[in-house]
Write a protein that binds this ligand. Structure first.
Ligand code: F6R
Ligand code: MG
Ligand code: MG
Length: 380
């Protein structure tokens, strides 16, 4: 049976501030989406991470389907009304347009979709992160699908031994390139190491072209032309039997690294793998969080989710993240904790800079001016 897995997410209001979601908003979004079950949708599961809500949907309409996108849009619009009634913070912030125009791509909600023939058993992990950007998946996707030091199956399992192809998008131009690993591994790393420019959009298995992973690649900042919140991303990864094992997919998160997007979308911070319950970032509005929801898909039905980071084996990673967070906070507003100027371009900082613009003068000019003042003082 061919099914489509569509994950569409949005921040439609925070509780309190940008830290979490309100249960009444989540209930409304769920109610609207659930009403389409048995009709447009086979199944739907609702996840939250920080101030974001994700609809994990299965159906048979294919990717980029107008009806599915409209359903998600309507659910978020209904949730926004509840958020407005409660005067929640930033109500409707990711719904960048007043009217739905056929496809949520480019409108604000983040979207990751893939269509595949459901296997005899279909384990899938949906990752969902807050206070970061789609490029947060670059490093873990490389490790899951191209690093044999992380994924033993690349060496041991003949069905994975042929490697995987990465589809990478330049977020500034929207152009994509496909690179095949292991042959083009160094080219891949040359691109995806530049996390502010390149993001992994999808991964395919070389042996048969099967889709293995799909990520959301929106950058709200670039779409809106100004900072309107962050593009907190989702990622779906298929697992087992020719794809990395659940443990190989989760393993990169056991060794925390730094991502963009903490406080005001302007800081670097460690991506902390947390249980659903702990996905409420508060310290300096963070540090960035990620949850992992495991599902077995059964004739399109989403059996789950299982809270995969709710495991003491990830306690050390959480601890390490707190330690890394402390070290970075010592830098305060200074780089590299704060992002470099190119990355600050889409935040509110340019407005501050604008006010200082006219006060800059050529340093030579200033020296001459100082000399004149001194000369005048001498004459007086
Ligand atoms: C939002 C975020 C927060 C906000 C910060 C300031 O996802 O990351 O850190 O940027 O709380 O929010 P405003 O400007 O809305 O007061
Ligand atoms: Mg928010
Ligand atoms: Mg968020």
């Amino acid at each position: 049976m061919k099914i489509t897995l569509s994950i569409i997410k949005a921040d439609i209001g925070g509780y309190v501030g940008h830290s979490s979601t309100h249960p009444e908003v989540v209930a409304k979004v769920t109610e609207v989406a659930q009403a389409a079950k048995g009709d447009l949708l086979i199944d739907v599961s609702v996840l939250t991470c920080g101030d974001d809500i994700a609809l994990v949907m299965t159906h048979q309409q294919g990717v980029d389907n107008e009806k599915i996108h409209k359903l998600a849009w309507d659910a978020f619009v209904a949730g926004t009304q509840v958020a407005r009634d409660l005067k929640l913070y930033g109500a409707g912030q990711d719904l960048l347009s007043d009217a739905f125009s056929g496809n949520v791509r480019g409108l604000g909600p983040g979207i990751a979709e893939m269509e595949f023939e459901e296997r005899k058993s279909e384990p899938v992990i949906v990752f969902f992160a807050d206070k970061t950007a789609p490029s947060a998946w670059n490093l873990p996707l490389y490790e899951m699908f191209a690093d044999p030091m992380n994924t033993a199956g690349l060496v041991i399992d003949p069905s994975m031994h042929g490697g995987f192809t990465f589809e990478i998008m330049d977020v500034y131009t929207g152009k994509v390139v496909k690179l095949k690993t292991p042959a083009e591994l160094y080219d891949l790393l040359a691109l995806i190491g530049s996390v502010s420019k390149y993001v992994v959009r999808a991964v395919y298995r070389n042996s048969d072209g099967e889709i293995a992973a799909a990520a959301s690649t929106q950058r709200l900042s670039l779409m809106a032309g100004q900072y309107v919140g962050k593009d907190d991303p989702v990622l779906a990864v298929r697992s087992q039997s020719g794809f990395p094992a659940i443990g190989e997919i989760l393993e990169p998160f056991g060794r925390p690294w730094l991502v963009e997007g903490w406080m005001r979308g302007s800081h670097t911070g460690p991506l902390m793998p947390v249980s659903f319950k702990q996905a409420k970032p508060t310290r300096f509005d963070g540090p960035p969080r990620v949850i992992a929801a495991g599902y077995q898909i059964c004739n399109g039905r989403l059996v789950g989710p299982v809270d995969l980071f709710d495991d003491p084996a990830f306690d050390m990673a959480r601890h390490e993240c707190s330690y890394m967070a402390n070290r970075l906070r010592r830098q305060g507003i200074f780089e590299p904790h704060r992002l470099p100027p190119e990355e600050m371009e889409y935040t509110t900082l340019p407005k501050v800079m604008e006010r200082l613009k006219d006060r800059f003068m050529d340093s030579g000019e200033k020296m001459a001016k100082d000399a004149k003042i001194l000369e005048k003082e001498d004459m007086d």
